[in-house]
Design a protein around this ligand. Structure first.
Ligand code: HEM
Length: 229
């Protein structure tokens, strides 16, 4: 994994929370190994009924303001509620190993076996003691908020870096794969717009792809020259 402090997010020529970007110059740390060594005995219980959501976080891990992640915090848990039912977190494949003690009760297919009377928190009955050490971090905020496109886009530089990092064989395969799909595009303006993006990322990339789809290389080059990174 790579780690940045929030105050380092602005030090790049691109928005570090734009997840079409890779973080350059940030060392990778190995934190463990995930070993996939078993297929489920019961496919339905272990796979169809499983529910992974980015909003299910253990204390100590919290989401960043990455806008894609923010959308996903809601979307997965919401769809799982429809897909599996209100108490899907009690299914064996989804429930924590530690016992859950949160005053939630009832709802379809509840197996929580709650005995108390409160189903809200905080409650003067205080059936469950809160531990303040599990509070989320205190996040300082300033400025304004609005739905807006990312400002520091740097749309083409990393795409070019990626292309140049590939082996000759991988470049060939990439051109073949992209060219097959792009060759089917009948809208000429769209096809040339796409070709200009590849050219802007790397001129060899754009030229080869233009050749693969029998496009006019001069038109591609002219369109690329008008693009801003
Ligand atoms: C970084 C971008 C994303 C990644 C890496 C990602 C990854 C995944 C993966 C691995 C799955 C499981 C697929 C499967 O079960 O076969 C999934 C499902 C899903 N994704 Fe995403 N996704 C991304 C973006 C989004 C966004 C932007 C949304 C909506 C705002 C979204 C909503 C969902 C939903 C609703 C499911 C189904 C969840 C379920 O039924 O359990 N995803 N995603």
């Amino acid at each position: 994994m790579q780690v940045l402090n929030p105050d380092e997010l602005d030090k790049f020529a691109y928005d570090a929370l734009d997840d079409t970007k890779t973080w350059e110059g940030v060392p990778e740390r190995k934190i463990g190994t995930l070993v996939l060594n078993q297929a489920p005995d019961n496919y339905f219980e272990s796979t169809e009924e499983s529910a992974f959501a980015p909003s299910r976080l253990v204390p100590g891990i919290e989401p960043s303001e990455d806008r894609m992640l923010q959308g996903r915090l809601f979307a997965y848990a919401d769809t799982q509620m429809y897909r599996l039912g209100a108490n899907y977190q009690q299914l064996p494949v989804n429930c924590p190993v530690a016992g859950v003690n949160n005053e939630d009760q009832d709802g379809a297919m509840n197996t929580g076996a709650r005995k108390g009377e409160t189903n809200y928190e905080p409650s003067t009955l205080g059936e469950v003691a809160e531990d303040p050490k599990y509070k989320s971090v205190r996040l300082p905020l300033s400025g304004t908020t609005q739905q807006q496109a990312i400002h520091k886009t740097l749309n083409f530089a990393q795409a070019g870096d990626y292309y140049r990092s590939l082996s000759a064989q991988d470049k060939d395969d990439l051109i073949t794969a992209l060219g097959t799909d792009l060759g089917r595009v009948t809208n000429d303006a769209n096809k040339y717009a796409m070709l200009s993006y590849f050219y802007k990322a790397d001129s060899d990339y754009g030229r080869r792809l233009a050749r693969a789809v029998h496009a006019d290389p001069a038109r591609v080059k002219d369109a690329a020259a008008k693009l801003q990174d």
